[in-house]
Design a protein around this ligand. Sequence first.
Ligand SMILES: *Cc1c(COP(=O)(O)O)cnc(C)c1O
Length: 395
Amino acid sequence: MTKLAIDGGNPVRTAMLPYARQSIDDDDRRVVGEVLKSNWLTTGPKVKEFEEAVARYTGAAECVAVNTGTAALHAAVWAAGIGPGDEVIVPAISFVASANCVLYVGATPVFADISPDTLNLDPEDVKRKLTSRTKGILAVDFAGHPCDHDALRAIADEHGLIIIADAAHSLGATYKGRKVGTLQEITALSFHPVKHVTTGEGGMVLTDDADIAKRVRSFRHHGIDVDLHARHKTNSWEYDIVDLGFNYRLPDINCALGVSQLVKSDRWLERRRSIVATYHEALYGLPMLQLPEQRANGFSAWHLYVVRLNLEAITTSRSQVFAALRAENIGVNVHYIPIPWMTHYANLGYKRGQWPVAEGEYERVISLPIYPSMTDSDVSDVVTAVKKVLGAYSR
Ligand SMILES: *Cc1c(COP(=O)(O)O)cnc(C)c1O
């Protein structure tokens, strides 16, 4: 057995392989350069072009670009009419923005547990968490795998709730033949560099509801009444603030990058799927590992490749396996620490121990690197390092 790098042996790789990374090519650089030579750095034609491109790609009727995925969630929750006194059901495991956006509008996140197979919201636990104050469900497609959207839809319809889909991980995924972006009333996307398509920072709100889209357009622009602005073209200084909005606008520089990135996203999804197939083939059957699975009713966008350690089959902890893989220069990560465990949430009164699946699975998850520009040799380094480390710690 070769000595682990953490014990002083040679690492599998000499340079750290990140867990995720953007793909930027000469086309991307060229279109951004063109915007820099144009008259419009922001609120220009590239914004509409990017919004229309995402609308075509997803099938959503209305798309509104904003400057982060977090802003998209904030705008979505606000445009849904959620506010103080309302409760929104959020999965206990997601990126913190999925719950922070509920706090931003003065509402209360109520955390629900997740299903053990997909690590997505468990509809049965969502039902248990409903109260007379529940106004919405924040449905996250964890790791790119669509939630049980129809089951959530049925609950929402029965109780008059709105569903906001946090599709930061799942652009390009499908559920029962339908594309992410059209599965619920409102969908939020992120274009952070680790996500499927990047604009540097960026986000988008997708909806088929013209009124919600209008509210989001106003919200991203200080709450200015956009109609009034259009009506009074002759007196162009006139504007009115009808709600308290923000400056959440996404510049043309970023939108041009988004247009150019989106063209490549199907090819990138294919690459992600082929990396998943290689991992599956190489790692399937190791008793120390549980590999991620896809339900039969859809296709994941494979934003993350989250394996779970079978802790009873190894002689050490998740943190030691994590450190050993990092020492081999494999940039593993953990997605995510349960949100209610965060200090800010603990200070708000959330107590640990209420989400047995989320809190139990959190202790054994590790994300292996996956991104479209990984080479076959990068993928094979990950497999080698995982087998080396787990082999050394196998019980
Ligand atoms: C990345 C992410 C966000 C926030 O996106 P930003 O663009 O980074 O603000 C929201 N929800 C989830 C699940 C994410 O992974």
